[in-house]
Ligand binder design. Sequence first.
Ligand code: NAD
Ligand code: MG
Length: 401
Amino acid sequence: MTATQSAPRAQAKAPRRISILGATGSIGESTLDLVGRDPQAYKVVALTGGKNAARLAELAILHRAEFAVLADPKGYADLKAALAGTGIEAAAGEASLLEAASRPADWVMAAIVGAAGLKPTLRAVRQGTATALANKECLVSAGSIFMAEVARHGTTLLPVDSEHSAALQAMTGTAPERIERVCITASGGPFRTWSLQQMAAAEPEQALAHPNWSMGPKVTIDSATLMNKGLELLEAHYLFDLPPEKLDVVVHPQSIVHCLVYMSDGAVLAQLCCPDMRTPIAYSLAWPERMHVPNRRLDLAELGALTFEAPDLQRFPALRLAKEALAAGGSAGTVLNAANEVAVAAFLDKRIGFLAIAGLVEATLVACSDLIGLAPRSADDVLDIDTEARSRARGWLARFA
Ligand code: NAD
Ligand code: MG
C-alpha cells in the first residue's frame, strides 16, 4: 500500500456485554481490573455483591454498570442511596440476583463463593451466556446437573480456577481418548511443613496467610487444609469428564506449574505462569483468543528451581475425604461441600480449631450416608440435600468446639 492510499477503516467492534456475579470479591475485582483497562471493549451489564453495598456502588459507578444487585436485602437502602442520580438500577435479594444473571450478556463471570452461587450461575448457563466459572462449589455440589444444563443449552463454559484453565490450555487440540492423566498442582498452603501438633493450634490469621496467592477467605482456608485441591479434583472430573483414576495431585510449593496433562505418546504438556489470577481470568475473557495482561512475567533462571512432592494425606485428611467423595459419587460431593462450608465458617469464627475442619467434614459424611445415596434430579434437589447436610454438620459442631 502506498502512503497516498488510505488504510481500510477498521470495523468498530460493538463492546462485549459482560456481567460479574460476585463483583466485590477477589475474582470479581481482578476481572474488573482487566475490564477497566479497556473500557471501550466492554459494556458492563450487571454487577452483584453479597453484603458490601458501598463497594458494589463504587464499582458500578466506576465501570458504568446498568444494574447493581446486592444479595443481602438489608443493604438495599444503602445501595440505592449510593447510586442515586447515577442512572444505575439498584436491587437486592435472591430474585434480583437471578435477574442479574439473566440480563442479556455475551459473557458472565460466576464468582460468588460457595453453593450460594449455584442458582445464579445456573440461570446464566440456561440463558446460554458464555460462563466463566470461578465458583468451583457449583460443580462439587451439583456437577452432574450443572454439566447437563451446560450441554442442554449449548453454553460455553470456561474454567477460571488456575489449574483447570491450565488443563484446558494444555488439552486443547488433543483428542480426549489420547489424554492419559491430568495432574493438578497444589501449593501446599501455609502449613505444608507443619506437624499435626502445630496445625492443631493454628489460628485463622495464620491459615489466611497464603504463601503465593491472594484470594478470598474461604478458598484460602480450603488451600490451607488442602480441601481446595480435593474440590478441584471433583471440579476437573465434571468439567473434563475424566474418571477419578485419571486425576491426580502433586504438591508444588512455587505455584508456577498449574497443571500437567499426560498424553498417550508419553508427552506431558504443562501450563506455567506467575501466580496471578488475572492470567486465567484473561484466558476465559479472551477465549479462544488471548489478550494482553500487564502482570509479572516468569523468569525461570531467577527462580532457579521448581520442586514437587507427593501430598501427605495423614496431615491433610481433607484431601483424602474429597478423593473418597469423588470415588463414592452420588451426592457425596454435595455433602462434602456443605459440611466444609459450615466447618470453614466455624473456624473463621474461632468456634472450632483448624484440624476440626476435616474432622467435622468426616463426621458429617458418616452421618449423611443416607443422603449420599440419593440421586438428585434438579438443582432444588441438590439444595435440599445441601440444607440437610448443613443442618447435620451444625449439629456436630459442638462436639468439635
Ligand atoms: P470472595 O469471598 O473474595 O468473593 C466472593 C463474592 O461472592 C463476593 O462478591 C461476595 O460478596 C459474594 N457473596 C458471598 N456470599 C454470597 C451469597 N450468599 N450470595 C451472593 N453473593 C455472595 O471469594 P473469591 O476468592 O473471589 O472466590 C470466588 C470463587 O472463586 C470461589 O468459589 C473460589 O473457590 C473461586 N476461586 C477463587 C480464586 C481466587 O484467587 N480468589 C481462585 C480460584 C477459584
Ligand atoms: Mg485453584
